[in-house]
Design a protein around this ligand. Structure first.
Ligand SMILES: Cc1cc2nc3c(=O)[nH]c(=O)nc-3n(C[C@H](O)[C@H](O)[C@H](O)COP(=O)(O)OP(=O)(O)OC[C@H]3O[C@@H](n4cnc5c(N)ncnc54)[C@H](O)[C@@H]3O)c2cc1C
Length: 303
């Protein structure tokens, strides 16, 4: 396949910190990119009120998201990048090219695909310690506004966004009853001192729709097997995340996509690499590195 037959040098899945960093680095090397993103640029950051440990002094997710959007807009204006509004559904590494199939039926070709699709929320159906009605998908805690939390609020899980939410809404007086399975104990310790948090250690929680009064009934089994029922107004999801993987990626036992296990034309960047490296700055570094790895790998540059 000749150079002109590729849709772009790099096809990038996801316009989060990792995907945008990959595109910015590519432009600096005169490589052309197509970024595939079904939502907004920096979609996740738009929803994170307060961020920490981000070089450049960024402290609010939406501001950083706006900066990423501006970066991509500049690349697009310079003709170095194209943003395609679609979801990637399958990636294929071949001897002479990589292919990316989209949910709108199009198939794009490039020298490599950088997969930077991040992680998505775990749902109650994914966890063994909850039983819930069919299709029950509570709203994520980290997107919840305290103004909308009236009545008794229960949170499923004590994953780290709890601390972020408390920091982002420092003035909120909302009481959060946090149902904490044993696996989350070490994370719960970080917020235990906050008086707005009531930690409830649990071994199992069964949720049913109520026929009268508050909409939900929670039957909560503590770690000694003792059961208590609560009539609850709002249930929020804070169970954690799972990698946003799709067909063609090689996943490890934990569902993440280790970069060395993939086809040489499929490069992995950002949160989807591992549960251990989920920070904005490491996402950006790995996105830029994926592009550099491709640039210095002459075999991939040769058509
Ligand atoms: C509540 C919360 C607070 C956080 N606070 C901090 C903090 O203070 N400091 C810090 O460093 N990090 C923080 N993080 C982590 C940080 O947000 C992530 O590490 C970072 O966003 C990862 O970047 P990424 O580009 O890998 O993935 P993401 O930012 O998740 O971007 C992935 C993009 O891929 C898109 N996508 C997904 N699937 C597909 C598909 N199939 N096709 C096309 N596109 C797809 C998504 O729409 C998304 O826009 C926080 C996370 C959360 C949830």
């Amino acid at each position: 396949m000749s150079q002109a037959q590729f849709d772009a040098d790099l096809l990038i899945v996801g316009a989060g910190p990792a995907g945008v960093a990959a595109a910015v680095m590519a432009a600096s090397l005169q490589l052309h990119t197509i970024v595939v993103e079904p939502a907004r640029v920096g979609e996740k950051l738009h929803r994170i009120g307060s961020v920490e440990n981000v070089p450049g002094g960024w402290s609010a997710g939406p501001e950083l998201a706006a900066a990423l959007e501006q970066d991509l807009a500049q690349l697009q204006a310079g003709g170095q990048c194209r943003l395609v509004r679609a979801r990637a559904v399958r990636v294929t590494g071949l001897d002479d090219r990589a292919e990316l199939a989209l949910d709108d039926g199009h198939v794009l070709t490039g020298r490599v695909v950088v997969v930077a699709s991040g992680v998505s929320e775990l749902l109650p159906a994914d966890t063994p310690w909850t039983s819930v009605p069919h299709h029950f998908e509570p709203a994520p805690l980290w997107r919840a506004s305290p103004d909308h939390l009236t009545g008794l609020t229960y949170v499923l899980g004590a994953d780290r966004p709890l601390g972020t939410w408390l920091r982002a809404h420092a003035d909120a007086r909302t009481q959060l009853n946090v149902l904490c399975p044993p696996g989350d104990d070490y994370k719960a310790a970080e917020v235990a001192a906050d008086e707005r948090v009531r930690l409830v250690p649990v071994s199992h929680v069964a949720i049913t729709r109520s026929t009268y009064g508050p909409p939900w009934t929670l039957r909560v089994k503590d770690r000694n097997g003792q059961e208590t029922a609560y009539a609850v107004t709002t249930v929020l999801n804070n169970l954690g995340t799972k990698p946003a993987a799709f067909e063609g990626l090689i996943q490890g036992a934990d569902g993440y996509c280790p970069p060395p296990k993939q086809h040489p034309r499929i490069l992995i960047a950002g949160d989807i690499r591992s549960a251990r490296y989920q920070r904005i700055v490491t996402a950006q570094g790995s996105g830029a590195e994926a592009t550099l790895a491709m640039y210095y790998d002459l075999a991939l540059l040769r058509p």
